[in-house]
Design a protein around this ligand. Structure first.
Ligand code: ADP
Length: 252
């Protein structure tokens, strides 16, 4: 059996005196879609940022595909930096605020990673970029700068950009929370299609209807720990914890 592409063990993270993650264990299987839910401030964003080492845990173990990382040790800085870079290439990240390069076109944003990091020749990078823009329904916007795109279109370009590195796993941090409600569907549809294609994904979202449709497993966090893990069906129809029932009453 192959190892799960993401495996976190005993993850702890504090910002000053604030303990944000207090011992989290979580594995994500190949092809699985895991949705992280929970109240604001429960540590969801910090946890996904730990999954690609944008945030380094204070302690615990992170394994991303073939990169195993023991957190909190200060030895072998160079080796760790190399490992971090490789780990980040294997995980695409889609942020709340899109984080597109404003001075580049949609295509320029998508091909920047393949050009700079994977050293792909220009013609190949452009062919890849056009294919990915087509996949998110935006090939006609290839030469448009982000300032001329709607929020939903920006987020779809950001998804194409994440895919351009051909990652093993894509991480989404509240991909629709910065968008007007009428723009949510176009982004969620793209994510749903990726799920249908078998992409391994971790998604932080408050969109309960979407979570119910897309998730293989829901992980509910509160106070920096995992409180409940269940299939989407079990989570929404028969949560075992009162904390989850209260949360679902509030968000529905
Ligand atoms: P969630 O995604 O569940 O809302 P977060 O992981 O964003 O939770 O945040 C958990 C807590 O950590 C919050 O209280 C937040 O203010 C704090 N926090 C997150 N990042 C930082 C940071 N870089 N510096 C200080 N505090 C932070």
């Amino acid at each position: 059996m192959t190892k799960p592409p993401i495996e976190l063990t005993g993850i702890r993270k504090a910002f000053g005196a604030l303990e944000v993650l207090r011992g989290v264990d979580l594995s994500v299987e190949r092809g699985e879609v895991v949705v992280l839910m929970g109240p604001s401030g429960s540590g969801k964003t910090t946890l996904v940022r730990c999954m690609n080492l944008l945030e380094e845990p204070d302690s615990g173990h992170v394994r991303i595909c073939d990169c195993a990382f023991s957190c909190g040790t200060r030895s072998d800085r160079r080796g760790r930096a190399r490992l971090m870079q490789r780990a980040r290439q294997q995980t695409g990240m889609v942020f709340q605020q899109f984080n597109l390069f404003p001075h580049m076109t949609a295509l320029g944003n998508v091909i920047e990673g393949p050009r700079q990091v994977r050293n792909l020749p220009m013609a190949e990078a452009v062919a890849l970029g056009e294919r990915l823009l087509d996949r998110v329904g935006l090939v006609d916007k290839r030469d448009v700068h982000p300032s001329r795109l709607s929020g939903g279109q920006k987020q779809r370009v950001a998804i194409a950009r994440a895919l351009a590195m051909e990652p093993e796993v894509v991480l989404f941090d509240e991909p629709t929370s910065a968008l007007d409600p009428e723009l949510h569907a176009e982004v969620l549809e793209v994510i749903q299609e990726l799920a249908g294609d078998g992409m391994t994904m971790v998604i932080v979202t408050h969109e309960t209807h979407f979570a119910r449709e897309v998730a293989d497993r829901i992980v509910f966090m509160d106070g920096g720990v995992v409180v409940e893990e269940a299939t989407a069906e079990a989570f929404f129809t028969r949560p075992s914890k009162e904390r989850v029932r209260t949360f679902l009453r509030l968000v529905d």
